[in-house]
Design a protein around this ligand. Structure first.
Ligand code: PLP
Length: 403
């Protein structure tokens, strides 16, 4: 039944979404199933998905390894108190530690929760080891989540006046401005926190020289480096973690999105030397539950294969080359990003129109800025699917140009 045909007693159509809290504009489509790069709505129409749950479904919709892991684990053990170890929590923590070079892992449920944990850990470390330092320098336009502290850490201009008073202690600097970072470090500074690529801001990369210089500066000044890899981690950029491109290692890292491959799972990772929570400082009812941890293990086992990551790079080049070609043809501007986290600067503020016209043609893409499109398909996207998305975008860009 289509959303507009639900009958009421009086015969007038009812709003089928009346009970859903309105927190964002949504089209009246109701999705009911997904497979790989494709979603199907309640009328049976199929859509090619280049959003994938906001860069979440790294193996696509309902991938076999995830279904198998979840089904097996659901029959085995769903949950036990976080006050006990469980085998999947231990297995996933070991996998993440081995791949990242960090030593201790706290599993959580969302990116914001993992970042909130990172902020608390840095403050605890500052209290213990840097004479009460508590400030965390973050970047303009950065995005770290929607809890009160992570909103304060974010540099989203639209949030400046929201939910006042803000959690204090997050001085902001422009991305890629090393002098500004250096000038902001004081005796109050506990850490510098940033995303290797600012995804929500519209896909703006921290340059490799900047990442390396910030790593060196934070070491020299005796403050921590926190990398928020919630969007860039788990193969999204073509390496398992975004920091690998710069050949650095953070003191603290957060992961979410791709880690669960579609289910709510996040992680806070820390070097053993800064991992200083005391009992009771951190926790959560669902943190480290075996069902989600089993999903994370299945994802890491797939995504960390060298052949898988090589394919992400290859697919990313195909999308980027295709976008560059469209940009030249239709007079757009630059293509930004790495791997399968890419953006096209349209050169004018018509992203919402382009997104809607693509949706009408059955292709889901995102417009994070008025002038930019973002592409974050499944890491398993095929060449045919990439070409199909590019064909539809070509048609749409031609149509808006003609208007
Ligand atoms: N950090 C980054 C870099 C993100 O992109 C996001 C979400 O888009 C978050 C944190 C927040 O994650 P979550 O929505 O799972 O709380």
């Amino acid at each position: 039944m289509s959303p507009t045909t639900y009958p009421s007693d009086s015969g007038a159509p009812l709003n089928p979404f009346a009970a859903v809290m309105e927190i964002t504009p949504r089209s009246p489509i109701i999705f009911v199933s997904g497979q790989g790069s494709w979603l199907t709505d309640s009328t049976g129409r199929r859509y090619l998905d280049f959003i994938q749950g906001w860069a979440v479904n790294c193996l696509g919709h309902s991938p076999k390894p995830l279904i198998e892991a979840l089904t097996r684990q659901a029959a085995q053990l769903l949950n036990c108190s976080p006050a006990f170890y469980n085998d999947q929590m231990v297995r996933l923590s070991d996998l993440l530690a081995a791949h990242s070079g960090l030593h201790h892992v706290f599993l959580a449920n969302s990116g914001a929760e993992a970042n909130e944990g990172a902020i608390k850990l840095a403050r605890k470390w500052g209290a213990k080891h840097r004479d009460g330092a508590f400030e965390i320098i973050t970047m303009d336009h950065g995005f770290h989540g929607r809890t009160l502290a992570t909103m304060a850490a974010s540099g989203k201009p639209q949030w400046e006046q929201l939910y006042e008073p803000k959690v204090p202690g997050f001085p902001k600097v422009p991305l890629n401005d090393l002098d500004a970072v250096a000038a902001s470090i004081t005796h109050r500074t506990a850490a510098v926190m940033l995303e290797p690529i600012q995804g929500e801001a519209g896909v703006f990369e921290a340059t490799i020289p900047f990442l390396r210089a910030v790593r060196a500066l934070t070491r020299e000044q005796g403050v921590l480096l926190i990398l928020d890899e919630i969007q860039t981690g788990i193969g999204r950029t073509g390496d398992l973690f975004g920091f690998e491109h710069a050949g650095i290692t953070p003191d603290i890292m957060t992961l979410a999105k791709g880690l669960g491959g579609g289910v709510p799972l996040a992680a806070l990772l820390a070097h053993r030397e800064v991992s200083c929570f005391d009992y009771g400082d951190q926790g959560g009812t669902f943190c480290g539950n075996p069902l989600m941890a089993a999903a994370g293990c299945a994802v890491i086992e797939e995504v960390s294969r060298p052949a898988f990551l090589a394919r992400v790079k290859q697919a990313g080049r195909r999308v980027a080359d295709g976008l560059l070609g469209l940009s030249r043809k239709h007079g757009c501007s630059e293509v930004r990003g790495q791997g399968l986290l890419l953006a096209l600067n349209l050169g004018r503020d018509n992203a919402a129109q382009v997104v809607n016209l693509c949706l009408e043609r059955g292709v889901l893409i995102n417009g994070p800025r008025p002038n930019a499109l973002r592409f974050m398909p499944a890491l398993t996207v095929t060449d045919d699917e990439i070409d199909r998305m590019l064909d539809v975008l070509d048609e749409v860009l031609g149509e808006v140009k003609a208007q």
